[in-house]
Design a protein around this ligand. Structure first.
Ligand code: BGC
Length: 623
């Protein structure tokens, strides 16, 4: 980053210099003139140098040394990014003073002062990540504090207060501190309240986040950015609405309301692309259906972080947040370059083939969050990128330091409270991914620890490609995103509200009239499953083989071996015991003559998973 001086800083420096010259006081206690702390600016990244964590740089340079003889080009690419700024994670109370994983907060602040050039501002990124009951919907980043009143007390007094006391020390007043506030916490409260651990954590998350925001925003020079998950999590209409309600509620619990929040950060530690260049329009029809209805996008219209940040910004401002809030996107690992990156849109006329061949995101499922195989480093950190104006981006940032693991691929005992989440196990077909494999890299260490193989792949698959000479070419700078989620543009298909198929807490509304047998009634059902240990995913397709449309449908069948449905999408589950009764979702009641509807579910079995032998649709037996 080229050091630059903001006008504001120049003015402060000039004013102070003038004051000292004009009024030389007979005070000898100060060896330096008193300089007022900078007033917070609109975008803290603009005109500033960014703090480089020397510990991360050392890891990168060591990694470069280790591949130097086998792959000098890869080593050169690593060295070219070794001085990129990455965030410092306060991932447990001991991180404040320093622990086995690195030095404490004061070290980084002092080092930032060392890196500061004269009066040029410098920005240091800090992640606040230690809530009671942390990571309530997963295991890999469970933390040290329990979801109890005592856990919350410790969070406030031993963690947040300890951090703010240090940040408020006068010697650090000239640093700009950008915080990422509690990744995943408020998003979990929006979508994962079917998990008792999230229910238990809810009051502590809300009060903890509100406390952190209040205390941190009291310090001049601190800029709070609240974590807002990513497009593949909150992009559906209901989730987007719910998350903004939660953000608003928590903002109102703070002492400064909206002013305690400077902006939001998306994609923290995730690999969701900034842009899907070959899928610009979610409503594009392929095979007679909109591409957002594909298996991969599950009716979500937000295909990438450009979409989600634009949509989020608009929703937040509509909810009362000031229009000068800014967005950050963690681009540390969402590059998706390498040999498998498509170079053009598919020409297939099959919906799912078209989407799968066109998308740059190579994951099995957008919910796969752990050590994604095939991912690459994304955009280099950059202030005020102009690529997506509707997104109001303050910066591309590297919150997750590339090379640090998301979780271990098998159980590894540790004293940090971290569990083993099978989302990090490459052999696991996860029910949370509709039974698909996780796509995680093997041999991963516990979350936060250095993971050489992953770092090597991230550098090799970087997009934009890393120039070993240190220049950052952007091969796709003029790839505008049409931001199709623009809310002023009403849903092009109003009969298709988002079904949010992966959110079992969000049941579809009752069908219009499920008892109406419709005309015709002849049907064909295909039932296929993908089985593992004691679980399975089923895909059920109902074809209307009559000559009349079916308006409102209800499919009944019996499980032959005691199987049970655990969660279901694209339909409504009204089953009891071994008799399954599935009715249409609000958005798919009609099956025109010759047409097919499809729904799916995850279930459990007892080691044997025979298919049902007979299906009835609206009372009539299907073939
Ligand atoms: C881990 C933290 C770590 C952070 C950055 C998180 O997933 O839980 O311990 O500091 O990643 O690597």
């Amino acid at each position: 980053m080229t050091p630059r001086m903001t006008t504001l800083r120049k003015n402060i420096a000039a004013a102070t210099a003038g004051m000292v010259l004009a009024a030389p006081l007979a005070v000898t206690a100060f060896t330096t003139p008193a300089v007022a702390a900078e007033t917070n600016v609109d975008n803290p990244f603009v005109g500033a140098d960014w703090y480089v964590n020397p510990y991360w740089s050392d890891n990168v340079n060591e990694e470069a040394d280790s591949v130097q003889s086998s792959d000098p080009t890869l080593a050169a690419k690593m060295r070219a990014i070794a001085d990129e700024p990455t965030a410092v994670w306060m991932d447990r109370t001991s991180a404040i003073e320093g622990n086995v994983d690195g030095p404490g907060l004061r070290f980084h602040l002092d080092e930032a002062l060392e890196q500061k050039q004269g009066n040029d501002p410098i920005v240091l990124q800090l992640v606040i990540y230690n809530l009671p009951g942390r990571d309530c919907y997963a295991l890999a980043s469970n933390g040290e504090l329990p979801a109890t009143a005592e856990g919350l007390r410790k969070y406030k007094e031993e963690y947040i207060d300890a951090i703010t006391e240090i940040l408020a020390e006068p010697k650090y007043r000239d640093l700009r501190i950008v915080t990422t506030i509690e990744p995943d916490s408020l998003p979990n409260l929006t979508t994962n309240m079917h998990d008792p651990k999230c229910v238990e954590a809810e009051p502590y998350y809300k009060e903890g986040v509100a406390y952190a925001l209040s205390e941190l925003s009291d310090i001049q020079g601190v800029y709070n950015y609240v974590d807002a998950a990513h497009s593949g999590w909150l992009g559906w209409e209901d989730n987007a609405t719910g998350s903004v309600q939660t953000f608003t509620e928590v903002a109102q619990m703070t002492n400064k309301g909206f002013d305690s929040i400077h902006g939001f950060v998306t994609n923290t530690a995730n690999t969701t692309p900034l842009n899907e260049p070959f899928l610009p329009d979610p409503s594009k029809q392929v095979g007679g259906q909109p591409i957002r209805s594909s298996d991969y996008y599950e009716w979500n219209t937000a295909f990438d972080e450009a979409d989600w940040t634009a949509d989020l910004y608009r929703r937040l401002v509509a909810a009362g947040f000031p229009s000068d809030i800014g967005m950050l996107v963690d681009t540390s690992r969402n590059g998706w370059g390498g040999p498998d990156r498509p170079t053009a849109a598919s020409t297939s006329s099959d919906l799912n083939t078209y989407v799968d061949q066109s998308r740059v995101d190579q994951r099995t499922h957008r919910g796969a969050w752990c050590n994604a195989a095939g991912a690459g480093i994304g955009e280099r950190p950059q202030a005020a990128p102009t690529d997506f104006p509707n997104s109001h981006l303050d910066a591309y940032v590297w919150v997750k330091p590339p090379g640090e693991s998301d979780g271990s691929s098998s159980e590894i005992p540790n004293d940090e409270g971290k569990g083993f989440d099978r989302m990090c196990d490459p052999t696991f077909n996860s029910p949370k991914l509709n039974g698909l494999l996780t796509g995680a890299l093997p041999n991963a260490p516990v979350s936060g620890k250095w993971f050489s193989e992953q770092f090597q792949e991230l550098v090799a698959n970087a997009y934009p490609v890393i120039d070993p000479d240190g220049v950052d070419p952007d091969p796709e700078p003029t790839d505008p995103d049409p931001e199709p989620t623009d809310p002023t543009d009403p849903d092009p298909d109003p009969t298709d509200p988002d079904p949010e198929p992966t959110d079992p807490t969000d049941p579809d509304p009752e069908p219009t009239d499920p008892t109406d047998p419709g005309e015709g009634g002849t049907c064909d059902v295909t039932y296929t499953t993908n089985d593992w240990n004691s679980g399975f995913t089923a895909t059920v397709k109902i074809t209307n083989t009559s000559t009349q449309p079916i308006n409102g449908w209800s499919l009944a069948f019996t499980f032959p071996a005691g199987q049970q449905i655990t969660n279901l999408w694209s339909a409504t589950n009204t089953s009891t015991g071994s008799t399954a009764t599935i009715t249409n979702a609000a958005w798919n009641p009609t099956i025109n003559a010759g047409q097919t509807v499809e729904f799916g579910f995850n279930g459990t079995h007892n080691g044997n998973n025979p298919a049902p032998t007979s299906f009835t649709l609206n009372g009539a037996t299907c073939s």
